[in-house]
Write a protein that binds this ligand. Structure first.
Ligand SMILES: NC(=O)c1ccc[n+]([C@@H]2O[C@H](COP(=O)([O-])OP(=O)(O)OC[C@H]3O[C@@H](n4cnc5c(N)ncnc54)[C@H](OP(=O)(O)O)[C@@H]3O)[C@@H](O)[C@H]2O)c1
Length: 339
């Protein structure tokens, strides 16, 4: 029989081995090495987003901020969402005046679903539809806590808020006819199958921030599949037989690789310390998002975009075995968010 300290030692050892295998498997590809090698084969992107309205969550820091700046520099009017803070207030500091003028800070706490609903209502009331929605805000929390709604906090920030936001904007026709929705996932999702269980871990004793994060990121992949099918069906229904199809909305899921951001430094300090020389810059992490909005490639089922290419959504056979369907996930999220 194992003593409880023996079991704890074995499970700690197993976690360390798992982490070593995971990071070893993805090291060259997800780091700046992979980015640097792949970009040798890319054409220069001359994106022009003039006249478009972009909504980016998590725009005050890291990848979201780099994306907001790049999109505004390419002509987009950017609505930058994050919590009220000096980072959000000063988001346009140091930028050329004409770029700074195109970024508007929208303080919203995504851990509060009522604030997300208010944001949807506010956006729906505006005359300008959203052309690009980037569901980027994401957190890996090691401390367990509950949001005001009673749900586990990282579940609300990573998944539920973005579900309510996207569903709300699609339902209220607050997005343009050819809008693009991009979900920013993570390579961490490769470690888990899709499952409803554990997405909203309200029991502090059973909470693992890393596992919760991976599950949320896997669920984003499934939601992308759902929204993309919905968008394609709506475009088919809107086009008359024999006529050129009406413009279709598109939904993509991507992951940025390993990027040096305040979020990584805060939630993975050891990884950040060991790898920081090899981490991508935030602008490199945002590159595939910009490219997707510029190139608008045909969406492909069961693919996640990484470094401008569609990649498999499963790399380990164990994650293919899921008892949860996309529609079950959507129904469950509807109940949680009351949408
Ligand atoms: N960096 C990487 O290596 C990496 C790898 C894979 C995936 N990703 C994904 O990329 C995305 C961006 O990550 P990052 O590394 O750039 O993180 P980051 O630097 O920590 O930025 C996260 C952003 O989310 C916002 N945010 C956090 N809690 C919020 C809340 N309650 N309400 C509103 N906004 C909130 C933050 O703003 P405030 O805190 O000021 O509100 C900040 O703007 C995440 O989805 C992450 O999972 C990153």
């Amino acid at each position: 029989m194992w003593s409880s300290s023996g079991v704890a030692r074995v499970s700690k050892f197993a976690r360390l081995v798992g982490a070593a295998v995971f990071y070893g498997r993805f090291m060259p590809s997800f780091s700046r090495i992979g980015y640097g090698l792949r970009r040798l084969g890319w054409n220069r992107m001359q994106a022009d987003f003039s006249g478009q309205t972009w909504l980016i969550t998590g725009a005050s820091s890291g990848i979201g901020r780099a994306l907001a700046v790049a999109a505004a520099a390419a002509g987009a009017n950017v609505l930058a969402v994050a919590r009220e803070s000096v980072h959000l207030r000063d988001i346009a500091d140091g930028l050329p005046a004409e770029v700074a003028a195109r970024i508007t800070a929208l303080p919203v706490d995504l851990a509060c679903i009522d604030e997300v609903r208010a944001l949807v209502a506010d956006l729906a009331a505006r005359q300008t539809p959203i052309d690009v929605l980037v569901n980027n805000a994401g957190v890996l929390l090691h401390e367990h806590s509950l949001a005001r709604s009673g749900h586990e906090r990282s579940f609300v920030i990573n998944l539920l808020s973005h579900f309510v936001l996207t569903q709300g904007l699609l339902q209220d026709a607050a997005m343009s006819a050819d809008a693009v929705v991009i979900n920013v996932s993570s390579g961490g999702m490769y470690t888990v199958p899709l499952s409803i269980e554990g997405l909203d871990q309200r029991d502090a004793q059973r909470f693992s921030g890393t596992l919760a994060y991976a599950r949320h990121k896997r669920a984003q992949v499934a939601l992308t599949e759902h929204w993309q099918q919905q968008m394609a069906a709506a475009a088919r229904a809107a086009s008359a037989p024999g006529q050129v199809g009406s413009p279709a909305r598109r939904c993509y899921v991507m992951h940025p690789g390993w990027v040096s951001t305040p979020g990584v430094k805060r939630s993975l300090p050891v990884f950040w310390k060991l790898q920081r020389a090899w981490l991508r810059t935030p602008a490199e992490g945002a590159d595939t998002i910009l490219w997707l909005c510029h190139a608008r490639p045909e969406p492909i089922a069961q693919r996640i975009w990484f470094d401008r290419r569609p990649r498999p959504v499963h790399l380990f056979s164990v994650t293919r075995q899921s008892d949860c369907s996309e529609s079950a996930l959507v129904d469950w999220l509807r109940e949680q968010g009351a949408v």
